[in-house]
Design a protein around this ligand. Sequence first.
Ligand SMILES: *[C@@H]1O[C@H](CO)[C@@H](O)[C@H](O)[C@H]1NC(C)=O
Ligand SMILES: *[C@@H]1O[C@H](CO)[C@@H](O)[C@H](O)[C@H]1NC(C)=O
Ligand SMILES: *[C@@H]1O[C@H](CO)[C@@H](O)[C@H](O)[C@H]1NC(C)=O
Ligand SMILES: *[C@@H]1O[C@H](CO)[C@@H](O)[C@H](O)[C@H]1NC(C)=O
Ligand SMILES: *[C@@H]1O[C@H](CO)[C@@H](O)[C@H](O)[C@H]1NC(C)=O
Ligand SMILES: *[C@@H]1O[C@H](CO)[C@@H](O)[C@H](O)[C@H]1NC(C)=O
Ligand SMILES: *[C@@H]1O[C@H](CO)[C@@H](O)[C@H](O)[C@H]1NC(C)=O
Ligand SMILES: *[C@@H]1O[C@H](CO)[C@@H](O)[C@H](O)[C@H]1NC(C)=O
Ligand SMILES: *[C@@H]1O[C@H](CO)[C@@H](O)[C@H](O)[C@H]1NC(C)=O
Ligand SMILES: *[C@@H]1O[C@H](CO)[C@@H](O)[C@H](O)[C@H]1NC(C)=O
Ligand SMILES: *[C@@H]1O[C@H](CO)[C@@H](O)[C@H](O)[C@H]1NC(C)=O
Ligand SMILES: *[C@@H]1O[C@H](CO)[C@@H](O)[C@H](O)[C@H]1NC(C)=O
Length: 655
Amino acid sequence: MGATSRAFALFFALAASIPASFFLPTEASPKVGSTVATAELETRAFPNAPDGYTPQNTTCPSTRPTVRSASALSDNETSWLEMRRNNTIAPMQDLLGRLNISGFDAEAYITKNAKNASALPNIAIAVSGGGYRACLNGGGAVQAFDSREINSTAAGHLGGLLQSATYLAGLSGGGWLVGSIFVNNFTTVTALLDNDASSVWEFGNSIFEGPATGSIQVLDSAEYYTGIEHEVSAKGDAGFNTSVTDYWGRALSFQLVNASDGGASYTWSSIQLQESFANADSPMPILVSDGRAPGETLIPGNTTIYEFNPFEFGTWDPTTYGFVPLEFLGSNFSGGVLADSEKCVRGFDNVGYVMGTSSSLFNQFILDVNETSLSQLAKSFVSDILSRFSESDNDIAQYQPNPFYGYHKDTSRVYQEPALSLVDGGEDLENIPLHPLIQPFRHLDVIFAVDSSADTNNYWPNGTSLVATYQRSLNGTSADGGNLANGTSFPAIPDQNTFVNLGLNTRPTFFGCNSSNTSSPTPLVVYIPNSPYTYQSNISTFDPSYNTSQRDLIVENGYNVATMGNGTANSTWPVCVGCAILQRSLERTQTALPQACIQCFADFCWDGTVNSTNPANYEPTYKINNPAKKSAAIREVASCSFAAVVAMAVLAMVW
Ligand SMILES: *[C@@H]1O[C@H](CO)[C@@H](O)[C@H](O)[C@H]1NC(C)=O
Ligand SMILES: *[C@@H]1O[C@H](CO)[C@@H](O)[C@H](O)[C@H]1NC(C)=O
Ligand SMILES: *[C@@H]1O[C@H](CO)[C@@H](O)[C@H](O)[C@H]1NC(C)=O
Ligand SMILES: *[C@@H]1O[C@H](CO)[C@@H](O)[C@H](O)[C@H]1NC(C)=O
Ligand SMILES: *[C@@H]1O[C@H](CO)[C@@H](O)[C@H](O)[C@H]1NC(C)=O
Ligand SMILES: *[C@@H]1O[C@H](CO)[C@@H](O)[C@H](O)[C@H]1NC(C)=O
Ligand SMILES: *[C@@H]1O[C@H](CO)[C@@H](O)[C@H](O)[C@H]1NC(C)=O
Ligand SMILES: *[C@@H]1O[C@H](CO)[C@@H](O)[C@H](O)[C@H]1NC(C)=O
Ligand SMILES: *[C@@H]1O[C@H](CO)[C@@H](O)[C@H](O)[C@H]1NC(C)=O
Ligand SMILES: *[C@@H]1O[C@H](CO)[C@@H](O)[C@H](O)[C@H]1NC(C)=O
Ligand SMILES: *[C@@H]1O[C@H](CO)[C@@H](O)[C@H](O)[C@H]1NC(C)=O
Ligand SMILES: *[C@@H]1O[C@H](CO)[C@@H](O)[C@H](O)[C@H]1NC(C)=O
């Protein structure tokens, strides 16, 4: 529990300081119409819930939805992958060509194997949780990987990795990043940041003071506040259990989806209708959440891990071991089927609720309302809301009816539960969403794992998340007879002291270079830990005031973390990224490793050395001698903390 309560405190600290501006969609933000016809969906895709936030009974399709066993990929994913793998070929050729591995014609290699998708590299990116810090540091990394970003395809940069990737997974704060990119039509990080700052922060003020006068016109505050309460109550009135996460998710959506109505009709399953996703021009976004029964203490490594992909919700774990079509989540499945008397419920998979579920730890900040400077009246309103929920369950998201009711009775821990309870995806210490990416069915070759966790006492990562994933993959059979690893395979990972002693947490490190060390196919993990290149991005801010300069410096540092300062901190890094991409593929096609790659693996692979002595306090120094822009004038903006915004929203719910 120690780690968890510390995490609560930390997450509160971070939540207390999320700038509303980060989440605001800009020009890519779709307009929300009251009813959206199917034809319109092709261009707008998102607002397709039948009745805003309230899930509705609808007529079932001729083939009634069912829960399927996790014994294969879904047909939807399989057919999407055929397109996606093909669509990654050109970006990969382009990227590998630019990375310019000496003595190796990567373009020719890809061309030669283009007809055989299974020979080609299969890439994933995972961005960890860690609240505001993770969202921005991960944002910088994704920006660096995105060929649409200015300068990202220059020498020393890594633009095109995002376009070459099959999956992009996020969890908690990293889930806000992934969600905000996809919910806003697969936009860029720069577009998310690049608001007209003044109008954004006027929007922030308007939460308290009235409608904005800037580019984003909102309802007045009273409508906003009462709106959230009405939406959550309406969901309750329609027969669905609600939880603190409903309020949190709705408030989060106002920052994330659309300023004018908070995207009440936007569903995660509608991502499959979005043009870029439907054409497989983007990776597949996946968010992660943990199963946790009310009152239960979550045991790392013994948790059922669920995923939300655009097609389905469910788990590969041999406990529940099933997936439900996401669009019909909320339908009353029993034993995996929907009785003839049942309607097909749609609109349950609201994007804010899905993102809020993956980041449900942030519910906790509401508990600290008494520590804020809100008025006494506000505090008692919030306390009143909280009193409706049991204290120990404040981080829980209720999925009721439980789609897995009566399903897999022999192995499931939840088959008798009328409601499935989910919590923040990082609560099992696996703070990097690797679980969906190490599933054997997905055949990934390489995972770029961006870690913004706050493991050390000054909020830097120390490998804890990788250790947790590794431990879980080892437990072929666990004490209770379960077999949670269930075919997943993960590279060997040393203990955290070794991470710190060898500096594995201060620069990118490859794990699993030698695939002959594992018996089943195992992806190479490129671990990219948050560290200071141009900014001390280990922020833990109790300070309620924000400035956009700091936000931008963290994103820029994240760009430098991913690119090692565009190659300035290590000139071989870009080539070595190319080698990491290619390694498993070269092995499959029995192609000799280029000499440059042999050197890369000597430099960047963890070589199996362990030093478990207690390290001194980890206090990394700047990786780039002369951090740019340190003295840039810091523009103070209105002190409008995200926590205050949400707390105000919650308080107004009882209006
Ligand atoms: C989404 O982005 C694509 C590609 O940039 C663009 O063609 C399309 O018009 C956008 N759709 C909307 C609804 O903005
Ligand atoms: C997903 O699969 C279902 C059932 O096979 C099919 O009806 C649906 O059109 C598919 N959706 C997409 C986006 O491919
Ligand atoms: C593969 O992708 C290329 C370029 O994106 C496209 O021209 C071609 O039609 C695709 N082939 C298949 C089989 O999808
Ligand atoms: C792009 O690179 C040029 C040349 O190095 C530089 O002047 C410019 O500021 C860069 N733009 C961005 C957005 O980084
Ligand atoms: C949806 O249908 C179920 C029965 O299939 C019924 O119990 C429930 O009340 C209906 N919900 C709404 C909101 O109409
Ligand atoms: C805030 O303080 C009041 C008065 O001490 C108390 O009744 C209430 O439960 C507290 N609220 C929370 C959320 O701790
Ligand atoms: C690593 O992080 C874990 C989790 O926060 C912590 O318990 C441990 O003391 C840390 N170890 C080092 C060496 O930083
Ligand atoms: C996994 O195995 C390790 C080492 O045997 C053990 O400490 C841990 O409790 C096990 N975890 C589970 C979930 O069984
Ligand atoms: C794992 O969790 C299940 C139920 O949640 C429990 O019955 C079992 O004892 C736990 N196993 C371990 C090794 O903690
Ligand atoms: C995973 O678990 C399922 C359900 O228990 C089982 O059928 C399957 O064989 C397992 N897969 C592996 C690779 O162990
Ligand atoms: C690397 O490039 C990015 C984007 O152009 C830029 O913001 C950053 O300052 C560059 N880093 C260094 C160390 O020059
Ligand atoms: C790059 O970093 C690796 C790993 O720390 C190191 O072995 C190598 O010498 C560095 N190369 C350069 C050119 O700095």
